[in-house]
Design a protein around this ligand. Structure first.
Ligand code: ADP
Length: 274
């Protein structure tokens, strides 16, 4: 091939072309499911933590790995301030709400920004995937960093993931990135379990549904790419409030409509694997 004609898209192709990656399964869990969003701020961490709690409620032994190296959310969402212990070789997850948890945020100060370059991030990913003592889990939920950059690629190439769930809001600007995310996971041969429409609408006091960020976009995208649409989660201020209080809605308000939606998702996941 004429070198001069190798453009950016070819470079990207080479990076993401399906190859036989030597992916290591995470030790200590039967299945690993990643929660991904192509964009930040769409509710990925909220989804990951509530799904983990819902799975636990239906007797699945679950772990939660907050792999968002630059913006860890788990310490705040689960109100965890203790540091994980080490046995000299491996880090022991911190147990909260019956879930084994690990986050880079457990090791750093809450307000210290992670000003890390690529190789450091990759080494952190290796630590988190190979040096955590997960004990006898059925499912490990991995809250992935947002985007389709190097970190995500490294993750998808390093870890044997059994499936990925993609979270989006219905805005066009999010959906564009979702399409890139779908292509990335397809190229990496990671099975996409389906798409979730988060913050799909707001129900007013008048009982009417207001599609604040647009309507049906996530479902349309799922159809366009021949992926499952797993369902929608409306906007509800309680979601943010409970998350901020350090006890996500499924834990603190199990009878809430949103918690029931999460339990429904958890049942779907259980049926796929067990
Ligand atoms: P990400 O992990 O994608 O960056 P977060 O999970 O941190 O996103 O969510 C971003 C913000 O949106 C948080 O304040 C969270 O409480 C809020 N949020 C997420 N889902 C909902 C929802 N369904 N209704 C209301 N607020 C939500």
């Amino acid at each position: 091939m004429d070198n001069k004609k190798v453009g950016l898209s070819d470079t990207m192709k080479a990076k993401t072309e399906p190859k036989t990656f030597r992916r290591n399964p995470i030790v200590g869990t039967k299945f690993t499911i990643a929660i991904s969003s192509a964009k930040g701020g769409v509710g990925k961490s909220t989804f990951a933590s509530n799904l983990a709690l819902a799975l636990k409620k239906i007797d699945i032994k679950v772990g939660l790995l907050d792999a968002d190296i630059y913006g860890p959310s788990l310490p705040k969402l689960f109100s965890i301030s203790e540091k994980p212990e080490s046995d000299g070789q491996k880090l022991k997850p911190v147990k909260k709400y019956g879930i084994q948890c690990m986050s880079i945020g457990f090791l750093t100060d809450e307000l210290t920004p992670m000003i890390w370059r690529g190789p450091m991030v990759i080494s952190a990913i290796k630590t988190f995937t190979q040096k955590v003592l997960w004990e006898n889990l059925d499912i490990l939920i991995v809250d992935m960093p947002p985007g389709t950059g190097d970190t995500q690629l490294t993750f998808a190439q390093e870890i044997k993931m059994d499936g990925v769930i993609i979270i989006s809001t219905p805005q066009e600007i999010s959906l564009q990135d979702v399409k890139r995310g779908i292509k990335m996971f397809d190229k990496l041969n990671v099975e996409i379990l389906g798409l979730i429409d988060n913050m799909s609408h707001f129900t007013g006091d008048d009982g009417k549904k207001y599609p604040i960020f647009g309507e049906g976009g996530v479902q349309r995208t799922a159809k366009e790419f021949n992926k499952n649409f797993l369902g929608e989660i409306p906007i509800d201020p309680e979601v943010g409030k409970q998350g901020d209080l350090g006890s996500p809605i499924v834990e603190s308000l199990p009878e809430h409509e949103i918690s029931k939606i999460y339990l429904n998702f958890a049942e779907k996941i259980k049926n796929i694997y067990f």
